[in-house]
Design a protein around this ligand. Sequence first.
Ligand SMILES: Nc1ncnc2c1ncn2[C@@H]1O[C@H](COP(=O)(O)OP(=O)(O)OP(=O)(O)O)[C@@H](O)[C@H]1O
Ligand SMILES: [Mg+2]
Length: 362
Amino acid sequence: MKIHRADPDLFEMILSHLKEAVIFADDRGRIKIFNPVAAKFFEVKERQALGKRLERIIPYKTIRKQFDSVYEKKEGHYDIELAIHVPTADEREARLLRCSFYPIVDRKGIFLGCLATFADITEKGLLSREISQSKDLSTIGMLARWMAHEIRNPLSSLNINIELLRDELREEIHLAQKEEIQSLLNFISYETLRLENNLKEFLDFNRLPPLKFEWAQLNDVLDSIVRLLRPDAQMKSAKMEVHFQKKLPTVKIDLSQINLAISNLLINSIQAVSERGEIHVITRGSKKNVFVIVRDNGMGISREHLPRIFDFMFSTKPTGSGLGLSITKKIISDHHGEITVRSEVNRGATFRIRLPLNPKVN
Ligand SMILES: Nc1ncnc2c1ncn2[C@@H]1O[C@H](COP(=O)(O)OP(=O)(O)OP(=O)(O)O)[C@@H](O)[C@H]1O
Ligand SMILES: [Mg+2]
């Protein structure tokens, strides 16, 4: 079908499908376009609005002022956020609109009128405002970003492949095409699995298993972690050294969780150092606490990133999930301990874990 550019039916169709409200008023401010969403926002039927002057139809002074300004200065105003009150079943509800006002001129530069669009951003607006008010809620923002990143990508490739598959199946199937279909199907199931695993990882974080405490000697715990990870350091020609305090008091900990917490620190250090890197693992004991210090001379953390590194899903690595330190922090605080960090860019980073010997007293 050949579409004529000025086909009035096509314009109508497009306007009626838009999620945004669209209003166009001519050079004298008489409404020429008023789509269904505009009718909803401004509570006037299209029939009644067409041909009328803007000020008679738009009940909101803030919006009328924006139109006036376009008529006076012939300049546009974009992405302005304005609130309106639309009726719901029993009362009126505030909605936040993102509005843009465009002066429309013809090829000769003659002013034809003003086009305005209004998008309902109530949910987005509220969410971002709440995030800036609450630190905990910023997790939601990061979660949303992670979701967008981790779930949208495989999903969109899934959808493309499903479309391809549909096209294939519409044609008569030859033997050669069967193979093609098979490989598309394999791809789809691979992506679905990836999606499932990502979700599992996320759920695991929220449901770390309940702590199982037992008495342990931290030096021994660290020794086994270092043994496991030293080869990774050696791969980068980096040294990993331990400096253990002898006769370190024993602590009551969940072995596997503390193992995970400290491994996360060492993995980060290995990733941060380059050739001739050095990673030191130190233990100290006092009357009330034991301390584990992990120090490296790697790339360090910028002052700007430092307050955020323990945040859920904060990562500066291209393929990092940003879960490591947030999990470590949760485990340490479940043990009534604390973790602190000092770092300078290009000089390295030092993480210090304090675990109380008697959590009830501390
Ligand atoms: N030893 C370190 N040296 C330099 N930067 C670090 C170090 N440890 C953590 N960081 C910074 O903190 C960020 C968050 O660390 P975290 O371990 O939580 O996530 P990640 O390492 O990026 O991803 P994942 O832990 O899932 O592998 C890192 O991306 C990095 O920018
Ligand atoms: Mg990490």
